[in-house]
Design a protein around this ligand. Sequence first.
Ligand SMILES: *Cc1c(COP(=O)(O)O)cnc(C)c1O
Length: 204
Amino acid sequence: MNFQDNVRLVAVSKRQPIDKIEEAYQNGHRIFGENFVQEGVDKIQKIAKSDIEWHMLGAIQSRKCKDIATHFDWVQSVDRLKVINKLNQARAGMPPLNVCIQVNLFGEAQKAGVDESQCFELAQAIVEAKHLTLRGIMALPPKQQDYQQQLQQFEKISTLYQQLKDKYPQIDTLSMGMSGDYEAAIMAGSTMIRIGTAIFGQRD
Ligand SMILES: *Cc1c(COP(=O)(O)O)cnc(C)c1O
């Protein structure tokens, strides 16, 4: 067990109306996550609060990198070199973009993300990119109902995070845990949970 005493909460507002985001903002919340670039950019522009930290969580098409890099504060779903290069180029002239590598350690072909060795390769490229800051990894493991199974999966991800942190001590973000499994994720060392339905209710 590797419990962190301070876990950040990303409120995942994808496919939720703007008034729900504004309500959470009025209640003091400042970290929001979106999955779809156009929807996210529209919300960022309409809500227009400079003290919100916006996280991009969804699959990245390389032709959308410019929109992502110029509107979001974080990108958690980086999974290939081409995207790293495009985000880096598009971010020039702004403070560095915070980046997590999306990992996929359970061989799920339908999901984005890289394995352990690719993760180290991408990490090095991000560290070398002038306009990006490597923050850590993001994972979306298979859904499990059973707590022990959830915990086992999260511990495998946590082990990779520790290995990456041995090489890059500056990283500080292990993003794992959603509405259905965040307790196990926190128990396994998550530093950032991403919660949608448990905050906002079912999506449209
Ligand atoms: C939708 C989503 C979430 C939130 O999921 P909930 O089950 O609604 O909490 C978290 N992370 C990612 C990457 C997502 O796509």
